[in-house]
Design a binder for this molecule. Structure first.
Ligand SMILES: Nc1ncnc2c1ncn2[C@@H]1O[C@H](COP(=O)(O)OP(=O)(O)OP(=O)(O)O)[C@@H](O)[C@H]1O
Ligand SMILES: [Mg+2]
Length: 335
């Protein structure tokens, strides 16, 4: 069986393994290390939630997973090994193009802009099929229709529509349909439900969960909303300033957050913190160029638990117990 056949087999979920991945943006003010030496295993068949405030590097990481970082961004280091496929940063451009949208489906944050304004949604489904050598375009269209219905839309109307005829929330759902219609095995959803009202968001996320179970999908769910990942993710990864601050199984991480940043994110969501009267906003603002320049912990100036040694150098991101990792001097001290 060829590698390509193997990855289309629904019974074999695909994992993604990120090693020492770095991405910088070249700006007039200097280089922004948007993703900095990140090591991350996205487990096959699981939902991995990536959270962090605006600017923490979530979208840049998502784009780097597909080797789709665009200028002024540049991947400077690392590898992204996709099971059964290889290193997305090394395989040929043509193979990358075939993997993107086929084995790996995605809805990038600016999804509304990735639709073609001049072509009806149905035509775009056919174009996508043709560009991936789909033989049976009629059944592809049927699949698109079924997905749209499942996502709560008037499928026939949507397929006949142009992008500008759809609301922001509808476009997000159309984006999710595109990510799934070629039967991707890994699906990256970057803030894909933020334009939806609370009720629609909940129902779309429920459908994502169902599809995940039916198809054994590996899902990367990116959001700034701890509530969304708390409900859906098997595992949560917390990003801060382009680096990983903490990760662990969802329940564990919510019950016993180790990093002061994770605790801050949880306290900001009363439903999760179990403190319904009190949402405590995080102090300070996310890292800027000055923060990146410092050698110590990036969270130092906002951290309620800081100690002198936090300025000595970057805390090492390491495993503290089975499946739990954290980068914090204070946690190291307790050992
Ligand atoms: N095109 C760009 N040019 C310059 N800097 C950029 C560009 N895109 C992102 N950045 C910078 O890279 C860092 C990471 O941005 P990124 O968009 O990945 O964060 P994010 O976690 O996805 O944020 P958000 O929650 O707002 O979507 C930020 O400091 C951001 O300002
Ligand atoms: Mg983003």
């Amino acid at each position: 069986m060829s590698v390509e056949n193997k990855v289309e087999d629904f019974s074999t979920p695909i994992g993604v393994h990120v090693r020492n991945l770095s991405v910088v943006y070249e700006t007039n003010q200097g280089q922004i290390p948007a993703v900095n030496h990140v090591d991350l295993d996205i487990a096959a068949g699981e939902i991995t939630g990536i959270i962090g405030e605006s600017g923490s590097g979530k979208s840049t990481l998502a784009m780097a997973l597909m080797n789709s970082v665009s200028k002024p961004g540049r991947i400077t280091n690392g590898s992204v090994i996709v099971d059964g496929i290889g290193d997305m940063l090394k395989i040929s451009n043509e193979r990358q193009r075939r993997v993107r949208g086929k084995q790996i489906g995605f809805v990038f944050q600016a999804a509304q802009n990735s639709l073609n304004p001049l072509s009806r949604i149905g035509h775009q489904v056919l174009d996508l099929g043709r560009s991936h050598q789909v033989g049976d375009l009629r059944s592809l269209l049927r699949h698109a229709r079924d997905l749209l219905i499942r996502l709560g839309m008037d499928a026939d109307r949507v397929l006949m529509s142009y992008q500008h005829e759809l609301s922001g929330g509808m476009r997000q759902r159309v984006g999710i349909m595109f990510a799934l219609v070629l039967d991707a095995r890994v699906v990256i959803l970057d803030e894909s439900t933020t334009a939806l009202d609370m009720l629609s968001q909940a129902s779309v996320l429920e459908i994502v969960r169902e599809l995940h179970q039916e198809r054994g999908l590996t899902i990367v769910l990116i959001t700034h909303d701890m509530g969304v990942v708390a409900d859906l993710a098997d595992r949560i990864v917390v990003m801060y300033g382009g680096e990983l601050a903490e990760e662990g199984p969802t329940e564990d991480l919510l019950r016993q957050p180790q990093h002061p940043y994770t605790r801050g994110l949880i306290r900001a969501i009363p439903r999760i913190s179990g403190n319904p009267d009190e949402a405590i906003a995080l102090n300070g603002s996310p890292p800027d160029l000055q923060t990146f320049a410092q050698s110590g912990c990036l969270f130092y100036d906002r951290c309620p638990d800081r100690i002198a040694e936090c300025q000595a150098g970057r805390p090492i991101y390491k495993e503290i117990s089975d499946g739990k990792k954290v980068a914090c001097y204070k946690v190291d001290r307790r050992d």
